[in-house]
Design a binder for this molecule. Sequence first.
Ligand code: G3H
Length: 481
Amino acid sequence: DGVMKTWTGEVHTVLSPICIKTEKGLERKVIGSYPLCGEEEAKASLDAAILAYRDGRGEWPTMSVSERIACVEKFTGKMIAKKQEVVQLIMWEIGKSLADSIKEFDRTVEYINATIDALKDLDRKSSRFQIEQGIIGQVRRSPLGVVLCMGPFNYPLNETFTTLIPALIMGNTLLFKPPKHGTLVHYPLLEAFRDCFPKGVVNTIYGRGNVIIAPLMESGKINVLTLIGSSKVANQLKKMHPKVNRLRAILGLDAKNAAIITEKADIDLAVKECVLGSLSFNGQRCTAIKMIYVHKHVADAFLEKLTAAIGKLKFGMPWEKDVFLTPLPEPHKPGYLQSCVADAVAHGARVMNPHGGAANASFVYPAVVYPVNEKMKLYREEQFGPVIPVIPFENIETPIDYLIESDHGQQVSIFTNDATELSILIDPLINQVSRVNINCQCQRGPDIFPFTGRKDSAEATLSVSDALRAFSIRSMVATKQ
Ligand code: G3H
């Protein structure tokens, strides 16, 4: 019911990406610890969620929409009271700048409020009577059951609540596993979950995914799997469910968003937006620009301005004023990014900016890698970090073909001031991705817009009203006139 009362005895120590000097050199600072659930606790949480749902007869799924909204509003009030604590934990646990940690918190509150408004609207529209061909029907929105909810480390609050809040407010009961990096962030909210929702409705489980998630999926009792993370993990989890056709999957997954800069682009604008798109939060955003196609006639000018702009970015601790690049939370990431750069260099690319790819403790200096080709890891892999692969092109079909052949289909950014070029690009691209950005970076927000993707990038749409629909079923009571 929100607070774990027993555990296996194992305690996980949380290390911040922010390092301190010790006798051994720079080491990640210890910022807290938490008890790890084992299989037994995970199963007990599942039983609690099942009991609270009671096949749709539990207190929570049978509450009126306005009663459920009141509970979520009460929760939001308590969450706002914990803002300072949560913001500090986002900053310390994942190394996000203080300014961006505050933004993450504020946009999450806005998202919850927008979800409440959308539900009021949906309820007004869905609970009316309809008469068609002699049948009177009352259409309803009903919950789906027990939801297993997992969010990513890069937006441990905002993206987790992108699915958790709509799932909850539609009357489902939840098993919620916070992200590995970003677990402590949720600690101040446990009490609010317990105080605002009936027992067993929100069950927070802290533990290692490979220990606690498999038994939950294998039980066959999870009705909805919702995850913002990797398609590899999503596919593994789906396969564990014994009746996968009965499982609804609501997923936000991998992306390899590209920017296309044509000969007719405003290069200064393209540079400014590509820096934001590729390097905000060190490139650790699913919506980040992870590949840049630039027309060969403007490639030199673009690269010169891009590397100069990167040289001016401020590296530092997340609380420093105007800091842009901060430490990375995943310990394996510096090594992985350096291996991508080395692989590209081995296949003929160059690192275009001084110190590109250099790492110090958990910091990685951004690398602009050029010219990238299909033999390199960076061509297809989602680097999820501060490495910018750039490819020159002559024929506009080249970047279009790249996006058609890609397994991903989230977003693209087009930079051109030419209307004809735009019309040539938009039509084929809107059939490959779910958002085409013109003369601006790829991004999710404002969060009310559809947040989804094609191919391996998503299953379902995760924004406000779409998410309410995804976490419910439209059912009806009907009779003859
Ligand atoms: O990682 C994916 C995030 O939802 C991206 O959100 O584009 O606003 O940074 P953002």
